[in-house]
Design a protein around this ligand. Structure first.
Ligand SMILES: *[C@@H]1O[C@H](CO)[C@@H](O)[C@H](O)[C@H]1NC(C)=O
Ligand SMILES: *[C@@H]1O[C@H](CO)[C@@H](O)[C@H](O)[C@H]1NC(C)=O
Ligand SMILES: *[C@@H]1O[C@H](CO)[C@@H](O)[C@H](O)[C@H]1NC(C)=O
Ligand SMILES: *[C@@H]1O[C@H](CO)[C@@H](O)[C@H](O)[C@H]1NC(C)=O
Ligand SMILES: [Zn+2]
Length: 692
């Protein structure tokens, strides 16, 4: 859900993986997964190990040598087994985890409502029910959307000559859409912890973070097609009118994206954000983009505190668009933001409708749905949260050792101490595990099992109200309204967040699998996020999540010098037949290359204190350390439609999966040791880039 506010600024979030299509549910063929097999006998253990082994082996291409091409070896058969298709444009294990999460959710929704359900649970179940009645959906959809559009003077594309231009004023419309339904049209508006003082919420205004890179033409094109379809199907516009309107909207999106700081060119927060008074901004941008008036109309009162302006070039671009675009086109653009919430397919089969409705419910009630799934997973397996917390502690110990090691001497003593303090203070949270009082948030929400579109509307109104009220509130560190399938790090909170889907065992880890798998998969994922706290974007946040440069000059210089090694290295890689762009931003590569070292060190610590007897899988001859690297490598098995590969390479902050895996291993001498790669082998080059 792109439009629902999160309490933390999204751009500042560093995650493990970008998900092109958040909610394309598909079962990855993985023989290792038996969600309902719970009988605990030696025989079932044996079956599960056999199955895991079969799953891992099925992806391995034995014709490729691990020292020549580790991705080709570990994932060589993945794309054949799980090909990307027009319907599912990318396949990988994060998606498999999400599919398992969704299956569990559907089971939970199908359970009878109980008098012991909390009021929020009852609401969410009624919401789900309202989504299942496809005849009601078809009957009510268009009338509902048209009613909402009428409230805002109607959509020019629909009203034709009846639309009265003199009643339209862009700033006022932007403010009304935000006030009423929390819609961000040209400007992003967020409330989140301040950068200099994370104890206090601040207003952030500026660049929208849901815009695709201006270079990713294929993504702009596909949004245009979706918009055209919505205009036709939701509103009944003729095909030519829908095409024309969608093209106008796409043109504005492209114009807007020309003002953004491209994802791959993001700079540290001190260079992206500016704390200013609204009146000061209005003086700069003039009456066309009078943000003072915008905020005043949104809140129904003056707002005199400073706000964070996010990306000046974007503001100028918005001003240009407001100045040059005909009112009719601007109105179509702004009002079209209302459509996506009411878009819902109706499936031919009830089973498929359950799938669609579970996805919708997840997007709209992300925080509570996480809570439901978390509780259910915890009930089934009470040990998992504790074992993840234990793993987190072990990773911290391992990272602390790495920071203190002679190879990290380049961190001068004072900077090292600050780094250790930051690491010590870093916290860990599993989404859905909070005991937050959902009634505080959803208490006033009326949900009817016979009024899906009314439910959506009332939920948006509630979110819009909370956004305004958040300005008066303290930051709530446990509230994330967005649905996430990837772990992420929040610098303002100095906290790593793990999605509830990672609580599902038997995908990545299980007590009957070798521990190498756990350290290599979820261990690596957590370590990657932990390392983000020390990457080029977030390293100047301190232990309390305040932006404060605690690096002394020598350490900063040494960091930059080490980073340049990665800059050069990645710009030398090829993907999809072309060289990757040369980028100064290295946050993801730093997190990967540090994360693998942390997870490996933690695994070695564990091995040294345990018997390695269980560290094998049937019919596999890998050593424990080889198994660790293989499990880690297979996290990155994926397939992507060829048509999207170029867009990924030139716009994602993450390098393509196969490149990420290659660099992580090629930079790590322990990998070469484990697989006995000769010096100079493709996977064991002489020059290695190491940060920590
Ligand atoms: C579905 O909605 C229609 C129209 O509102 C209504 O007549 C019907 O009773 C509903 N069906 C169920 C199973 O609730
Ligand atoms: C448009 O609205 C304005 C102000 O409400 C009104 O004065 C004007 O007559 C309207 N024009 C048309 C063509 O309806
Ligand atoms: C912006 O709007 C405010 C309040 O509506 C007004 O006082 C101010 O003069 C306007 N500034 C500009 C530059 O138009
Ligand atoms: C920084 O490095 C220079 C040159 O290597 C050295 O002389 C100086 O003492 C260092 N400063 C600190 C604070 O470590
Ligand atoms: Zn990351």
């Amino acid at each position: 859900m792109r439009d629902i506010s999160a309490s933390v600024s999204r751009r500042a979030i560093s995650c493990l993986r970008l998900l092109l299509l958040l909610m394309s549910v598909r079962n990855i063929v993985d023989a290792g997964v038996f969600e309902s097999l719970s009988i605990n006998t030696p025989l079932t253990h044996e079956i599960m190990q056999q199955a895991k082994s079969a799953g891992m082996r099925s992806y391995i291409n034995r014709k490729v040598q691990p020292c020549d091409d580790f991705y080709g070896y570990a994932c060589g058969n993945f794309a054949r087994i799980n090909p990307a298709t027009q319907e599912t444009v990318s396949t990988d294990f994060f998606e498999a985890l999400n599919a398992g999460y969704q299956r569990r959710l559907r089971q939970l929704f199908r359970q009878p409502k109980l008098s012991t359900d909390s009021p929020t649970e009852t609401r969410v179940k009624y919401f789900y029910e309202s989504c299942l009645n496809t005849s009601a959906l078809q009957l009510n959809q268009r009338a509902h959307v048209l009613g909402i559009l009428k409230e805002f003077g109607g959509l020019p594309a629909l009203e034709g000559s009846k639309w009265n231009e003199s009643n339209f004023e862009p700033i006022e419309m932007m403010a009304r859409l935000l006030n009423r339904f929390g819609k961000r049209t040209l400007l992003s508006v967020k409330v989140g912890p301040g950068l200099a003082n994370s104890q206090m919420n601040r207003l952030f205004i500026g660049q929208r973070d849901d815009l695709d890179s201006s270079k990713a033409v294929v993504l702009h094109h596909s949004s245009q097609l979706i918009m055209k379809e919505n205009l036709q199907q939701l509103l009944g516009l003729s095909e030519s009118k829908a095409a024309e309107t969608a093209a106008e909207i796409a043109k504005i999106n492209l114009e807007l994206s020309r003002g953004i700081v491209e994802p791959q060119e993001e700079l540290p927060p001190s260079q992206m954000y500016r704390l200013r008074l609204l009146s000061d901004m209005s003086d700069s941008y003039g009456p066309r983009l009078n943000v003072t008036r915008f905020v005043q109309l949104w809140l129904n009162h003056d707002y005199l505190l400073p706000v964070y302006e996010y990306v000046e070039s974007y503001m100028w671009q918005v001003k240009k668009i407001l100045t040059q675009t005909p009112k009719r086109v601007l109105a179509n653009y702004m009002l079209s933001s209302l459509l996506s919430d009411y878009e819902i397919e109706t499936a031919a089969s009830p089973e498929k409708q359950h799938v669609l409705c579970a996805e919708k419910t997840t997007l709209l009630f992300a925080d509570f749905v996480d809570h439901m799934v978390y509780r259910s997973l915890e009930k089934q397996n009470p040990d998992i949260p504790g074992s993840l917390r234990q793993l987190w502690q072990e990773l911290k110990v391992a990272f602390g050792d790495l920071l203190r090691a002679p190879s990290t001497k380049w961190l001068s003593e004072q900077t090292l101490n600050e780094a250790l303090a930051k690491l010590k203070a870093m916290s860990f949270h599993i989404l859905g595990s909070g005991t937050s009082d959902f009634e505080d948030y959803y208490g006033g929400l009326v949900i009817s099992n016979a009024d899906y579109f009314g439910n959506v509307q009332r939920l948006l109104e509630l979110r819009a109200q909370h956004l305004r009220e958040d300005l008066q509130r303290q930051p709530n560190p446990y509230f994330y309204a967005d649905f996430n399938t990837s772990p992420f790090y929040v610098p303002e909170l100095n906290r790593v967040i793990l999605p509830a889907s990672f609580m599902q065992h038997r995908y990545f880890f299980d007590e009957v699998y070798p521990m190498a798998l756990k350290y290599g998969t979820v261990g690596f994922s957590l370590a990657h996020e932990m390392a983000h706290g020390f990457d080029d974007l977030s390293r100047t946040f301190d232990a309390q999540g305040n932006l404060r440069d605690w690096w002394d000059r020598n350490a900063t210089l040494a960091f930059e010098e080490r980073k340049q090694c990665l800059v050069e290295q990645f710009s030398g890689y090829r993907y999809n037949g072309e060289r990757l762009p040369k980028l100064q931003l290295q946050s993801e590569n730093i997190a990967d290359n540090t994360g693998v070292r942390i997870a490996h060190a933690a695994y070695l610590n564990w091995l040294s204190q345990s018997s390695p007897d269980g560290e094998t899988l049937p019919r596999m001859s890998h050593t424990p350390q080889q198994l660790f690297f293989l499990a880690l490598g297979q996290v990155w098995c994926s397939d992507l439609l060829p048509g999207l590969r170029h867009a990924l390479a030139i716009s994602d902050v993450h390098a393509p999966d196969e490149v990420r895996l290659y660099a992580m291993m090629a930079n790590f001498d322990e990998f070469a040791k484990a697989y006995e790669c000769r010096q100079g082998a493709h996977m064991n080059p002489l020059r290695k880039c190491v940060i920590y």
